[in-house]
Design a protein around this ligand. Structure first.
Ligand code: AMP
Length: 285
């Protein structure tokens, strides 16, 4: 059974008590855990002496109060998954524990948030960067595991630790998908049966973009248009963005001249799904 605690000082003491067991591996989550999270935990379990999971729905990164209210929460099932995968410590703080006072400081993530999710969710990545920096300060892990599913988040976290010299190794973990390609997400539980059938179209569109790049297409606007055409014209579907960006700073590319990330956000009914696929021109793979 993992040790579960919501107190910053207690979790810190537990983690420090285990430093002699080898590397501290850390998996930050917002709970509603699924096989995607499990894959991060398994990787950490293989590579580290201690595995710490945090479960915290961070209000600072929600741009819409309604999304925060509706975010799925399932602490008992989450703890069962942690136990099953050999997690040592679970840090599940309250909002008051993490934010005893409103933050006086904020992290400006700069142009990394100009496009994709950053453009459509104002303040989101500033909230992510702030909570990740706080969690790193609390847990002080050697290695921290992040999913490639949230590619722009991963890029923000990478720059956060290099820009601020945080002594942690960021480990990217490939996206876990359903058999039909839909990326696992805590938000998928909100999809109705009909919506669930429509949801994989985002991944199919992104795969099309990757195939076009592989075949030598270079005109980004044309690739994006062609990919988006695979999303059915259905009143329940709305493409928020589908764009090719560079893999480091997540700026839009106009001409593909090397590896790019095809990233998309699709509204399926009231649920917003995101996904991405790395695209590499054939002569460069
Ligand atoms: P979340 O609880 O949604 O904040 O996600 C916590 C971590 O799990 C993040 O690093 C996500 O990128 C990662 N994650 C979420 N879904 C998946 C997935 N389908 N495959 C791999 N990692 C994922």
């Amino acid at each position: 059974m993992p040790e579960v605690d919501g107190g910053i000082e207690t979790i810190r003491a537990h983690v420090n008590g285990r430093r002699s067991h080898g590397a501290i591996g850390f998996v930050p989550t917002m709970g509603a855990l699924h096989a995607g999270h499990a894959s991060l935990i398994q990787r950490a379990r293989r590579e580290c002496g201690t595995v710490v999971v945090s479960i915290f729905v961070n209000p600072l990164q929600f741009d819409r109060a309604e999304d925060l209210d509706r975010y799925p929460r399932s602490l008992d099932a989450d703890l069962a998954l942690c136990r099953e995968h050999g997690v040592d410590l679970v840090f599940a703080p309250s909002v008051a524990e993490m934010y005893p006072r409103p933050m006086a400081m904020a992290i400006d993530v700069g142009t990394l948030a100009d496009h994709l999710c950053g453009r459509y969710r104002p303040g989101h990545f500033e909230g992510v960067a702030s909570v990740v920096l706080k969690l790193f300060g609390i847990v002080q892990p050697d290695r921290a595991y992040f999913g490639e599913k949230d590619a722009q988040q991963l890029a923000v976290v990478r720059r956060l630790v290099t820009d601020f010299n945080v002594p942690v190794t960021i480990v990217p973990v490939p996206t876990v998908r359903e058999p039909d390609g839909l990326a696992l997400s805590s938000r998928n539980v909100r999809l109705s049966a009909d919506e669930r059938l429509l949801a994989p179209s985002l991944y199919k569109a992104l795969q099309r973009a990757a195939a076009r790049v592989d075949q030598g297409a270079v005109n980004a606007a044309e690739i994006e248009r062609d990919a988006a055409a695979l999303i059915p014209a259905d009143e329940r579907l709305r493409v928020e963005y589908l764009q090719l960006v560079d893999p480091d700073l997540f700026q839009p590319v106009t001409t593909v001249a090397g590896p790019v990330v095809a990233a998309g956000a699709l509204w399926v009914g009231q649920t917003r799904l995101i996904d991405n696929v790395r695209c590499t021109p054939r002569n460069q793979s």
